[in-house]
Design a protein around this ligand. Structure first.
Ligand code: PSV
Ligand code: MN
Length: 389
């Protein structure tokens, strides 16, 4: 008998996990970027690789772009190209962290010319969204300071609010603004959007199509991330996840690799808070770098990990849990959690895939497909894409 009942399998069928285009390019640390044969040179090749992940897992129907890393002349044509591969273009990520003008800030800069330049960049990103039909503009700001006294903390918040208001006003229809936070890096004393509270304060001021993006690698060690998830869902402002895992800081490792139990706890709060229900504002995305492992199987493993922990989270019997919680039965409540977490759902999910004409074991299917050898042969010359290029 399957460990997962049919209604749960049906819920799983609605889960979509967006892939970041940059996960298919070379990545590394400030010490070394390792290149791999077959690494994409263009966004079209990144999309082709992403389409492999979707074709083998059925879980990743869209790809997030980063502007200007994925700059092309014709986004409508790129959209059609993606569709022919069986995927669509998703979130548009802005980038104000690789231009000399932004050394002391972008949307928070004290110089109105530089602020306007950063705002205009976001307008250009919205133009891309108009062409691709993307729903989300994701803003992660590198802005911050390194030394006490260097910047006017309060003034920077005021300028940020003003800049965001201008960007938000440019959105139309179903388009949304999601504001990502990060505790530190590239600056180490203050970040202008360091935590969920700051992001929440700004997005609530903007309007109902503005949400918080939670990147699982962007908190202080031992932060209770599932608490933040529960709170933001309760407030109706959890817009998206950037999933990855970490041992130390913003490690950007494969989601679920460093701490599967944390991923389970996060996804339990998503389930509990209605994040998987139809009409939920929550979108799932990966934000990872594959520094030493192969990128395509790295992404396959990642989406499988998210699905697996979602399935386990769905196994928690919410009625029984509530009874145990309300009657103060601590150990039964905790036992219900742990039983679900320790349930091996992999055979049931393999069956779920086979029912959909997908390979039972996507990792093995990819290894046997010959795709890696083919792209290594074909993609000769040119410049391999890299994080930041
Ligand atoms: C910043 O660390 C971040 O998480 C943002 O989402 C960026 O856009 C992304 O990483 C780039 O990898
Ligand atoms: Mn991120």
């Amino acid at each position: 008998m399957s460990t997962i009942d049919q209604p749960t399998l049906d819920i799983l069928a609605t889960q979509a996990i967006e892939l970041p285009s940059w996960a298919f390019g070379n990545a590394g640390t400030r010490f070394k970027v390792f290149s791999t044969p077959g690494t994409p040179r263009t966004i079209e090749e990144k999309l082709a690789d992403a389409a492999q992940v979707n074709a083998l897992t059925g879980l990743a129907p869209s790809v997030a772009l980063h502007i200007p890393w994925d700059l092309v002349d014709d986004y409508e044509a790129l959209s059609r190209y993606a569709q022919d591969l069986g995927v669509s273009l998703g979130t548009i990520n802005s980038n104000t962290f690789q231009d000399d003008d932004y050394k002391f800030g972008s949307l928070t800069h004290s110089d109105p010319r530089i602020r306007q330049k950063a705002i205009d960049h976001h307008f250009a990103c919205i133009d891309v969204m108009d062409a691709t039909g993307s729903q989300d503009l994701k803003i992660w700001l590198p802005d911050g300071t390194n030394y006490p006294g260097q910047g006017d903390i309060r003034g920077r918040q005021d300028r940020l609010a003003d800049s965001l208001e201008k960007i938000y006003a440019r959105l139309s229809g179903e388009q949304r603004l999601v504001l990502e936070y990060k505790i530190f890096e590239p600056y180490f004393y203050t970040m202008d959007v360091p935590d969920w509270g700051t992001s929440y304060a700004h997005v609530t001021q903007l309007g109902e199509r503005a949400f918080v993006c939670l990147d699982t690698g962007h908190h202080a060690p031992s932060t209770n991330i599932e608490f933040i998830v529960a709170q933001l869902l309760r407030l109706g402002r959890l817009g998206s996840f950037d999933f990855n895992s970490r041992f130390y800081a913003d490690d950007d490792l494969i989601v679920g690799a460093a701490d599967p139990f944390q991923l389970f706890r996060i996804l339990f709060e998503v389930v509990r808070g209605g994040g998987l229900e139809a009409g939920s504002p929550v979108r799932f995305m990966l934000d990872q770098c594959h520094n030493i492992e192969d990128k395509i199987p790295g992404q396959i493993r990642s989406v499988l990990n998210v699905q697996e922990m979602t399935a386990r989270a769905l196994l928690v019997d919410l009625d029984k849990l509530r009874d145990a919680q309300d009657s103060g039965d601590v150990l039964t409540a905790n036992g219900l959690f742990m039983d679900a977490f320790y349930t091996d759902v992999r055979p049931a999910l393999a069956g779920w895939r086979e029912e959909r004409g997908l390979p039972a074991d996507p990792m093995a299917a990819y290894a046997a497909s010959g795709y890696a050898a083919r792209i290594a042969d074909e993609r000769v010359g040119g410049t391999q894409a890299g994080w930041g290029a």
